[in-house]
Design a protein around this ligand. Structure first.
Ligand code: ADE
Length: 244
């Protein structure tokens, strides 16, 4: 997958994109990330990328021309042409389903906003999709782009050790993940559930499923509404929650 990122601060990406999952995906050639600075596509002497808002008000607005010129130059740099995504708190909320959808694209072009926002004409006729990483305002789209790239990279074949990890993790089946333990079996007086030491795979799977369902019911009942539960599981949730 190819991801082009338009940012006024390309240096912000150096650390996060060199380590861990993204670093590995890039090293393996599964993920090709290219950074571009709209400032390099200005035509004025001072390389101005922002200006005052028409109508007045505080803060600066990102000018449309360097962004359009940058996307025009970047699209032909690779095949196929990419879906253009603006990171903005006004976008649709990023969740597991949206990550899967974006991960299926062969190419994305991410635009990181800054200042008070971007000129509306960028949204109107350059951008295909707008994504928010949460209902709060970041000082720029860069951390949001990093979140999106990380989440999407995990879905590329060969990036995780095992494709099974993806299916088991939180949100994959609309549920939160079950509790995980590793050695030692006793730590500061805290033990681990016996069933995990039993070697009985069917029992372990049953325990994990139950923990997943209960944890989701307690922490994120909103997710449970659309999760696929058996009638028995729905009954178990009601009983457990009633007993608390
Ligand atoms: N830029 C500023 N805040 C943002 C958010 N919450 N999501 C995506 N991009 C942003």
């Amino acid at each position: 997958m190819r991801i082009d990122i338009l940012t006024l601060f390309p240096e912000m990406f150096a650390g996060p994109f060199d380590a861990s999952i993204i670093g590995r995906a890039r090293a393996a050639g599964v993920l090709d990330i290219a950074l571009h600075n709209p400032r390099d596509y200005t035509t004025d002497k001072h390389h101005i990328v922002d200006d005052y808002a028409y109508g007045g008000g505080p803060g600066m607005v990102m000018k449309p021309d360097p962004i359009f010129a940058c996307v025009d130059a970047v699209q032909p740099m690779a095949e196929p042409s990419g879906k253009v995504v603006l990171l903005t708190p006004q976008g649709r909320l990023l969740n597991h389903r949206v990550v899967e959808e974006l991960a299926a694209e062969a190419r994305l072009i991410l635009i990181c906003g800054h200042y008070e926002g971007v000129d509306e004409r960028v949204r109107e006729s350059l951008v295909d999709d707008e994504i928010s990483v949460g209902d709060y305002v970041l000082s720029g789209g860069e951390p949001a782009a990093m979140v999106l790239v990380d989440a999407v990279a995990r879905h590329q074949p060969g990036v995780l050790g095992s494709e099974l990890s993806l299916e088991e993790e939180s949100h994959a089946q609309g549920l939160l993940e079950y509790p995980q333990y590793t050695r030692p079996p006793e730590f500061r007086g805290m033990t681990i559930p016996d069933v995990l030491l039993s070697g009985h795979h069917a029992e372990i799977a049953k325990w994990r499923r139950r923990q997943s369902v209960l944890r989701t019911a307690r922490r994120r009942p909103d997710l449970l509404a659309s999760a696929e539960l058996t009638a028995d599981e729905r009954r178990m949730v009601e009983q457990e929650l009633a007993g608390e």
